[in-house]
Ligand binder design. Sequence first.
Ligand code: DX5
Ligand code: ZN
Length: 217
Amino acid sequence: MNCLAPSILSADFTKLGEQLELLDRAGAQYVHIDVMDGSFVPSISYGMPVIKSVRSCTDRIFDVHLMIEEPIRYIDDFVDVGADLISVHVEACRHLDRTIHAIKDRGILAAAALNPATPLTELEYILPDLDMVLLMCVNPGFGGQKYIPYMTQKIRDLKEMIDRKGCQTDIEVDGGVKLDNVREILDAGANIIVAGSAVFQGDIEKNVEAFLQIMEA
Ligand code: DX5
Ligand code: ZN
């Protein structure tokens, strides 16, 4: 099944709770939460207190994308505030296997994230242990950037690698996804779609419905 994961990085933080309820009502299955530390990526976003305060606004899957150095230091904290799925960057983990298993040991879903230029071979051995792979299609750090064209081939290559290994791993695509390129991204093999600016600019409910219509077709 294809799922939509609106990224709240582009939300209006003065009414974050209301906007989460809107996303839920419109049918978005995940809430994508970008955590940035100002070191792994240039920007700083938000962390545990914000996630904790909005956890009660929706039962949808809290999909926490950690763009932080050595995320293993904070796995327990993010699980405690309500993460259902945590993605860690392979480029930010000294011990990726240990970090992935620290997430799984807490009983939630675990994913590895790759920056655009990071090769898929990084996943060769750990793939069967992952619930999801997050492919960044822009350089992480900011919303509203342009999709990097070579990413479509990378999505196809990942899908082929997952099938070859007989895995059931989800493929999440993050960065630069719009109504006019989501079909190409799904056709390449992605099944979880992150969209920030394309959901929050304009009418949120209408945007979610427009994405879901394409994604369910
Ligand atoms: C970027 C974040 C994305 C971002 C996507 O580092 O990981 O989740 O919010 O924003 P758009 O959809 O506007 O590219
Ligand atoms: Zn993200």
